[in-house]
Design a protein around this ligand. Sequence first.
Ligand code: 5GP
Length: 185
Amino acid sequence: MSKGKLFIISGASGVGKSTVLKRVMEKRPDIRFSVSATTRDPRPNEEHGVHYFFVTKEVFEDMIAKDAFLEYDNHNAHYYGTPIGQLEERLALGHTILDIEPVGAAIARRKRRDATLIFITPPTMEELERRLRGRGDTSEEQIAIRLERAKWEMDQRRWYDYEVVNDVVETCAEEILNIIAREAD
Ligand code: 5GP
């Protein structure tokens, strides 16, 4: 039996989701973050079990065969998925956040009708492009792919329950905290 409520948060690459979510969880240490599994390589600052469970394609496909995911998707040439066992453990303790893209969010919503879906948008597409370039670790080709994907993701925001603009991190985090308080507390 779930004690907590599920919050599904999406937003294009470069929108600043992880900074906003870090701020949300600093203010609400009772809220847990569901750690996804992925087949992509870890980035220099990423830790196994904290940011993701980094697994091989074989392990991931074995988990698919065992029905171990609430949802999964293959994007950016890699698998990403939400391990169901871990999610249920977290929900038994309290409110839990999933950071997943719209394909997975649609699957998760069908399975968990009680979930609240929040979409984070950039102030403008020009600003998103500026932020992607500012990361410094992304090639022109990657920027073009991510912007194309961002446009498609932005179209999906219409079926989310809430839309929040990340212009100023603090304000965006506050808005998400208000939604959580309204929906769950
Ligand atoms: P990144 O590679 O930059 O960490 O994440 C790329 C995208 O994958 C982000 O949009 C993120 O929301 C999404 N993502 C992360 N974990 C999952 C997951 O478990 N399932 C799905 N469907 N998407 C995920």
